[in-house]
Design a protein around this ligand. Structure first.
Ligand code: PEP
Ligand code: MG
Length: 754
């Protein structure tokens, strides 16, 4: 048979005609099943759609009884359809009724059918429907038939919208109805805008190619360009310094050179798909597998594959194509499955009003960057991709972690009213900006900022903060594809010190590893990256890199004061090693005639419980201690900060945490070492209240926390609160937080979020 009459091509041509015709969704779905049954010589073709209660509803069929449409529902774990939904894999069976998962539905009249082929309809990595064909005879479907059906399922994903069940509601209404979802607040604030999807999405109009040969050529050129870009990455000046990660790029290159990947892409194009649609088809499979895999190493590899798909789509789009880009005419809400801090920074200045993320935890660095940028962000919204389309209007409520997709008039009005209240609150914070941050009984508390980007420095002015308590130097590394040079680093640090205009800045040295992985340079093979080769451990093993950073800090400070702290120090020995490297750099600089800092303070971050006990050995060898509660909490409770289901289990306001922090403060006071808190908790008024209650008087936090914490402090009589609070810690009642809230009420302490 000539190639142009092959089943895939014929199906694709016919499908293109059905998609182009003007008709409503239900009629289009019926046309699709008729067309498939006719072309594949199948007796039955049916489409099932996942309903809101997670069952699978028959929504179109050719061959089964028409009155079963909207009446037949399969439970998500029922029958062959349920099996496809669970595995997200195609299923081809010669004699379906004999299969153990077969579920007989008399109302559909399906008794005489033996051969069965079903494929998942995937959207955003989730099975939103199942497409099946059946034949009376016992037969096994050919590979190209399975492939074709998968391709059609991909097109169907664009018109089948998961929704409420029942015939009374048309698909068109379902597509437009509003959806409210609840996730986790990652950055406070309210945002309204049109959806912008982070991953390239292929518009339905781009699914088919008219000239397959030309399209295959286009795909080949894009693959070549992709290989060249990976080679360029390899050639960049990074391999030598990083050693191991070079292998990671090599592995990436290997994935890209896998002939079966390219071949599968070409097959799609030969069957009539556009190059974009062919990539998209594979990308859906990668995502569906990703969601099923638990093993972190395999997940990373599948993510790499998906990343490769996305890269290739970007190559195809070139710099011109508009469907990947924003036209900038309306405020936008970025929606992403996952987002690295560097990727988020790429959007930094493009006017996003909010961000929605599928996976992420509050203390992940994407969330921290979002807070740095002050963009309301909600995360942990599994399956968000199946609910939104590009251009949908959406409200993101970073106060309570909810998201309203296609909001109705009522919600829009409520949004406006809340924006007004927020603006009034912001005005209150602004009004107290230049007031001292001290308690009613005159106890000063230093409020500082957590920063990591040049733009963060503006917040010193807008908030009236006392300085930068934590400057995350690794953000500069995360932002660029190649390592920042000495000059790049000097430039940034100098700008930060200039911007601080004499206020103190505490530079935290490179804190890489854990969730802060450099693009393409990470070694994802560690079982537990948070407990692995990261932070100061990594820096001490890479002294070249570490010393270069010290050199940059010394040069940037010149004859100004310099304050440096090392992240995640676990033992006294590590601190001494790091300090010795810094001193070595001071000597080196002095020998070359560079000015020494007018005052040098060398501190350590306390992020592991072990270091609390190492402090006894160090005494005042350490100039200051800053407690990183984000990491400290995860190690204290052995609960991954990136996994909300475990990190949320152990509240900060708990007796063990309070007792521990009290001990650390006591140790530091005994050794006359200033101690501060620089984890995210310090920015929440109720947490800050507990810290001040324990005797901490230096807090560093995201910019949004300064106003509310200062308001709290200026309503607090510490002399009155402190003894009551300490007594509460000594009690045995389980919910410490409730006790604190009762004191807040009795003593009229102001707790307002931003
Ligand atoms: C911390 O762990 O609390 C901290 C401030 O460091 P990071 O969040 O950057 O790991
Ligand atoms: Mg940390």
């Amino acid at each position: 048979m000539p190639d142009s009459f092959s089943i895939p091509r014929l199906l694709m041509n016919r499908l293109r005609a059905v998609m182009a015709a003007d008709m409503d969704t239900d009629a289009r779905l019926m046309q699709v099943v008729r067309m498939i049954a006719g072309t594949m010589v199948a007796d039955v073709c049916s489409i099932y759609r996942r309903s809101e209660d997670d069952r699978f509803e028959l929504i179109a069929t050719e061959g089964l009884r028409l009155d079963a449409i909207h009446r037949t529902f399969m439970a998500a774990d029922e029958g062959l359809v349920g099996r496809i939904a669970r595995t997200a894999q195609p299923l081809s069976i010669q004699d379906a009724p004999r299969h153990p998962d077969f579920s007989y539905r008399p109302e559909t009249g399906e008794d005489p059918y033996h051969a069965f082929l079903g494929v998942p309809v995937l959207k955003g990595g989730r099975v939103i429907g199942v497409l099946t064909v059946q034949n009376q005879s016992e037969r096994l479907y050919e590979d190209d038939e399975i492939d074709s059906l998968q391709t059609i399922a991909m097109v169907l994903a664009e018109i089948v919208t998961p929704g409420t069940s029942g015939p009374e509601q048309s698909n068109a209404t379902r597509e437009r109805r509003s959806v409210n979802l609840k996730g986790r607040s990652l950055c406070d604030g309210l945002g309204l805008g049109r959806v912008r999807l982070h991953d390239p999405v292929i518009p339905a109009a781009k699914f088919f190619a008219t000239d397959s040969a030309a399209e295959e050529h286009r795909l080949e050129s894009a693959l070549e360009e992709l290989h060249l870009s990976i080679d360029r990455l390899l050639a960049a000046e990074i391999g030598g310094l990083w050693g191991e990660p070079r292998e990671v790029i090599e592995a990436y290159k290997l994935l890209a050179s896998d002939p079966s990947w390219a071949e599968r892409l070409k097959e799609g194009v030969r069957s009539g798909l556009s190059a974009e649609a062919s990539i998209d088809r594979l990308r859906r499979e990668h995502r569906a597998r990703f969601d099923k895999v638990k093993d972190p190493y395999l997940r990373e590899r599948l993510h790499d594959l998906e990343d490769l798909d996305n890269r290739l789509l970007r190559v195809l789009a070139g710099s011109e194509d508009s469907y990947l880009k924003s036209d900038g005419s309306e405020p936008e809400v970025l929606v992403a499955r996952r987002l690295g801090p560097a990727e988020l920074l790429d959007y930094g200045s493009s006017g996003l009003t909010a961000i929605i993320l599928e996976e992420v935890a509050t203390s992940s660095h994407a969330a921290i960057v979002a807070r740095g940028l002050g963009i309301p962000t909600v995360g942990g919204l599994d399956g968000i991709m199946t609910h939104v389309s590009r251009g949908d209007q959406v409200i993101v409520d970073g106060e309570d972690g909810s998201v309203h997709i296609r909001p109705d008039e009522g919600l829009l009005k409520a949004y406006e009213a809340r924006q007004i209240v927020r603006s009034e609150r912001q005005a209150t914070f602004l009004a107290q900006r230049d007031e001292p941050s001290e308690t009613v009984d005159g106890r000063p508390v230093q409020l500082m900022l957590n920063a990591g980007l040049g733009i963060d420095m503006e917040h010193l002015n807008t908030t009236g903060a006392d300085g930068i308590g934590l400057f995350r130097t690794e953000f500069q590394f995360l932002m660029s594809d190649t390592l920042p040079t000495l000059i790049d680093q000097i430039d940034l640090y100098r700008k930060v010190l200039d911007g601080a205009d004499g206020k103190p800045v505490h530079f935290r040295t490179l804190d890489l590893g854990g969730d802060k992985l450099l693009p393409n340079l990470n070694d994802a093979r560690e079982e537990n990256p948070a407990l692995g080769w990261r932070s100061i451990r990594f820096a001490l093993d890479r002294p070249g890199l570490f010393r270069r950073q010290m050199r940059a800090l010394i040069r940037a400070a010149s004859d100004r004061p310099l304050s440096v702290m090392f992240p995640m120090v676990t033992s006294a020995h590590e601190f001494r090693q790091a300090k010795a490297l810094l001193e070595g750099e001071l000597d080196w600089s002095a020998r070359r005639g560079f000015a020494a800092p007018s005052d040098l303070k060398v501190g350590a971050m306390l992020e592991t419980p072990a270091f609390a006990y190492a402090l006894e050995d160090l005494g005042n060898e350490v100039d200051f201690v800053s407690i990183g509660t984000n990491d400290m909490m995860q190690f204290f409770h052995a609960a991954d900060r990136m996994t909300p289901s475990v990190s949320d289990r152990y509240p900060f306001i708990s007796r063990p945490v309070m007792r521990f922090l009290d001990q650390v403060r006591e140790t530091c006071t005994r050794h006359k070492v200033p101690v501060s808190i620089c984890g995210e908790v310090a920015g929440h008024p109720i947490h800050a209240l507990c810290l001040v209650g324990l005797g901490y008087d230096r807090l560093s936090m995201p910019a949004g926390g300064i106003g509310p914490v200062k308001l709290m402090l200026r309503s607090l009589n510490l002399a009155k609160f402190q003894p009551d609070f300490k007594a509460l810690i000594d009690e045995r009642e389980p919910a410490l937080r409730n006790g604190v809230l009762e004191l807040v009420r009795q003593q009229g302490i102001e707790l307002t979020d931003s």
